[in-house]
Each structure stands twice: as C-alpha cells, then as structure tokens.
Design a protein around this ligand. Sequence first.
Ligand SMILES: [Zn+2]
Length: 84
Amino acid sequence: MSGGQSCTCEKKDRSKWVVLMRCGNASAFSGYRFTRSSYSQVGCEMCGRIWRTNAKYVRELPDRMVEAFQTAVEENRQSEGVES
Ligand SMILES: [Zn+2]
C-alpha cells in the first residue's frame, strides 16, 4: 500500500477515484494518531491503486471507508474476470 504510483488504468476515470484519508494520515510512525497534512490518500476502485496527492481534484472526490474501497475493488476485479 506504500509507494507513489497512481492509477494504472488505461483510461483514467476519476469517477472511480475516492478519498480514503483526507488531508492527513495515521501511520505507525505517528503512533496511529491523525497527522495533519496537505496530502490526501486517494484510491482507484478499478485498479486498486492507492496513492497520496495534494492535487486539486481531491476536493471533488467522494470519501470512502477503506473496507468499502477494498470491497469495490474486489467487485470490479470479478466483474472484469481478472484473476488476482
Ligand atoms: Zn485505476
């Protein structure tokens, strides 16, 4: 889940992008406390990529719980017949 690679879909469909952690992060490094940051964690429900960005488009993306995001990724994988 780390790394900076963004959506790998051929067609970058932002309607499939959701915000998993808006403007901040809670990592092991900060003892899982919420840390204020200008960066948000964004995920693509089609390819399952998660990346961090401070781009303007984050403001237009809906928020999603991580569990709901992972479920959506799984469902999209299955509907496309891609083996994981
Ligand atoms: Zn994608």
